[in-house]
Each structure stands twice: as C-alpha cells, then as structure tokens.
Design a protein around this ligand. Structure first.
Ligand SMILES: Cc1cc2nc3c(=O)[nH]c(=O)nc-3n(C[C@H](O)[C@H](O)[C@H](O)COP(=O)(O)OP(=O)(O)OC[C@H]3O[C@@H](n4cnc5c(N)ncnc54)[C@H](O)[C@@H]3O)c2cc1C
Ligand code: SF4
Length: 343
C-alpha cells in the first residue's frame, strides 16, 4: 500500500542530451529505468514508493525533443514541448485550435508550464486503488477493487472494460486522434510511426499499460498532418472543478462541410474507457447529413451503444451522449462545463 512521503526516494538521475544517448540509457537499465518528462505523473509514483525505478532518465536536456516545427505537411511537435507552448503556439491556435484548446484545459497554468505533450499522452490512469498501490489486475494481481458494489468508481469506464475499469485521463489525446496525428516512436529497431488512435491500448491488449510503448521505447514527436487545418473543431471537457482537474469525460471533433452537409469528420472521446475512443460508427453515420439536432441525437445514441455503467458512474452515459450530440451539432456549451450537477 502507499506510503505517502513528500520526499524523493534515492535513484540514479541520468541526464542525456540526445535521443540516441537517452535510448542507450533506457536499454542499459531495462525494467529498472524510468523515463522522466515533466514529472507530474512520474513524481507521484516515485514519492509514493509505488514505482521504484533505480535509474531515472530525465529528458529535459534533450533539445531535439523540444519545440514545434512547422513544415509543408503540417506540424511536428517534439515530445518534450510543454503543454503551455502547445496551447499558445500561434500556428496551432490558428490552424489546429482543437489541440490548443484541449491543452489549455489541462489542469492549471503551473502544470501546463511543466507538463509535456509526450507525458500528457503517455500518463498512467488515475484509478485511486492502483495509484495507492493496491495489488489489482493492473498492478499484476487478480482483483479489481473499483469494480465492486462499494468500489469508488465514479470516474471509471463505461465502455470496453475487461477486468480493469480504469480510464485514460488525457485531454490532448482525443484532440490528437480527431486531428489524425501520427506518433513517432524510437525503438531499439529504429523509428516507427503510428496513428494516434493506435498509440493507446485497452486492457484486452495489455492490462499493465495504457499505450504501446515497450521497455526502452521513446515517444519522440507528434506529427499533425495539414489535412484538418482550419476545419470546424469542437472540444468540450466536463470536470468536477473549473481548474486543476482531470476530465470526467471530454469530446473532440474535426469536421468539414460540403454545402449544408457534413463532408469529412473525425470524433473521439476520452474518460469513457482505458483508451481514448475514436467513434468511427458515429463518423460513418453522420457523413452526408446536416449538423441538425436530429443528426446530433442519432450520433449521441450511437456513441453510447454497448455502454455498461458501474455502481456510481451511470451519469457518464447521458453525459457522453450529450457531449457527442453537441460536438456534431456544433452548439457550443462554452467549451467546458463543470459537473457539479452530476449526482
Ligand atoms: C494535479 C494534477 C492535475 C492534472 N490534471 C490534468 C488534466 O486536467 N488533464 C490532463 O490531460 N492531464 C492532467 N494532469 C496530468 C498531467 O498533465 C500529466 O501528468 C502530465 O502532462 C504528464 O506529463 P509530464 O510531462 O509531467 O510527464 P511525466 O509525469 O514525467 O511522465 C508521464 C509518463 O509518461 C512517460 N513518458 C513521458 N514522456 C515520455 C516519452 N517522451 N517517451 C516515453 N515515455 C514517456 C513517463 O515515463 C511516465 O510514465 C494532471 C496532473 C496533476 C498532477
Ligand atoms: S480499475 Fe483497473 S486500475 Fe483500478 S483497481 Fe480495477 S484493475 Fe486496478
């Protein structure tokens, strides 16, 4: 169980200044190594003694992992670029405002100044039990403490749960999926590039992690293709408090119109499952339709098909239905909403 101490445990701090050096260090330390980006997720694990790496590989000195590079085909964002920079970058704000909006709604200004885009999409789940060191499925045990009649599961999954009902807490992940971003990963065999939606995994694939990174792998950059530049975007996040809080649910969509009907569309939600979900059935159903209340209603109902509530999170089903409806109709709700009304 967790031993909460506000003191950093001892480990070797390694500070490479190139991707090649960082990768060599990761490979040398294997399961004893830990990638450190902004530290907002990492330091919780270390201070609570739940994860006990012997070597921490701090990426803050790797300049090639930082910054936004505009190119002919869109943008490349280094994994160590801060969320504040992503939120404020003029080209991101102008052409891919879906991403800047989602980054702007992460936590608080201090966290956005320190947290990185690579860390935000690679962060672990916030399930209370797991974070407190309880030996659940995700931690290698054979029980889920959240999925019981009295478990604290208000924040947990309504879709695609399998043994583990934890959710992915990232705000930027669904925006990146809607923008059809590509994630660049440096592995021991070289570089691989995967679609944003394939970066994330659910418990049916691997119950111990939320993404495809294997030991020794580094996420180096995120590429945003120009295909969705200037599209009509919608991002909405629902959380308990108006600052410093993870999403209960969020939705991100990008669409273009042909006359009065939807031509191209991508839509994703997070907070509903262990991975951010691209809603392909919704995309297929609304293409060629108008952005009407009727289309939105139909989309919302489709989005929650198969949803199974736990004891304390049934509110997420109508919430997700309405978020998807609003994303499709484009009827804004201020871009963010508090969930104080949720019982
Ligand atoms: C109080 C609080 C509130 C928060 N609220 C929100 C919120 O509202 N919305 C939201 O989306 N997030 C929220 N967060 C999460 C925060 O934004 C993320 O934890 C943070 O972005 C993680 O990024 P980091 O740079 O600090 O990474 P770290 O904490 O250093 O790393 C996170 C994880 O990713 C791995 N990692 C990081 N970078 C790489 C890389 N390049 N390659 C391979 N692995 C990597 C690390 O090993 C670690 O496992 C909150 C966090 C706190 C503490
Ligand atoms: S929801 Fe997942 S992380 Fe939480 S207790 Fe259950 S198995 Fe563990």
């Amino acid at each position: 169980m967790a031993v909460i101490r506000d003191v950093m445990p001892a480990f070797h701090l390694l500070q490479p200044n190139s991707i090649a050096d960082a990768q060599q260090l990761l490979q040398r330390h294997g399961a004893d190594g830990w990638v450190l980006a902004g530290g907002l997720d990492s330091f919780d694990w270390l201070k609570d003694r739940i994860k006990k790496p012997k070597a921490v590989i701090d990426l803050s000195g790797v300049e090639e992992l930082k910054g936004v590079r505009v190119n002919a085909d869109g943008l490349e964002i280094g994994a160590m670029t801060t969320l504040a920079e992503v939120a404020q970058h003029p080209v991101i704000k102008q052409k891919y405002s879906l991403l800047s909006q989602s980054a702007e709604l992460v936590a608080s200004p201090q966290i956005r100044n320190q947290g990185t885009i690579g860390g935000n999409v690679s962060q672990d789940t916030r399930c209370w039990y797991y974070r407190a060191g309880w030996p659940c499925y995700r931690a290698g045990g054979n029980i889920c403490y959240a999925d019981t009649p009295v478990g604290r599961n208000r924040e947990h999954a309504i879709l695609h749960a399998e043994r583990c009902v934890a959710v992915n807490p990232s705000d930027t992940a669904p925006a990146l999926i809607a923008l059809d971003a590509k994630f660049v990963i440096r592995t021991s065999k070289g570089e691989s590039v995967v679609d944003a939606e394939d970066y994330f995994v659910g418990p049916e694939k691997d119950i111990t992690r939320l993404n495809i990174l294997q030991l020794g792998d580094l996420l180096t950059a995120i590429r945003i293709p120009s295909a969705w530049a200037g599209a009509q975007f919608y991002f909405e996040k629902v959380r308990d408090r108006n600052v410093w809080d993870f999403p209960l649910l969020n939705v991100a969509s990008a669409l273009t119109m042909s006359g009065s009907t939807i031509d191209r569309i991508r839509i994703a939600v997070n907070g509903a499952a262990a991975r951010p979900l691209r809603l392909k059935n919704v995309e297929d159903a609304v293409r060629g339709k108008s952005r009407s209340a009727e289309t939105g209603d139909m989309a919302g109902k489709l989005a929650v098909q198969g949803a199974v509530p736990l004891q304390f999170n049934a509110y997420k089903i109508p919430l997700m239905r309405n978020l998807v409806k609003r994303a499709i109709t484009g009827v804004a709700n201020g871009g963010m909403q508090e969930a104080a009304w949720v019982s």
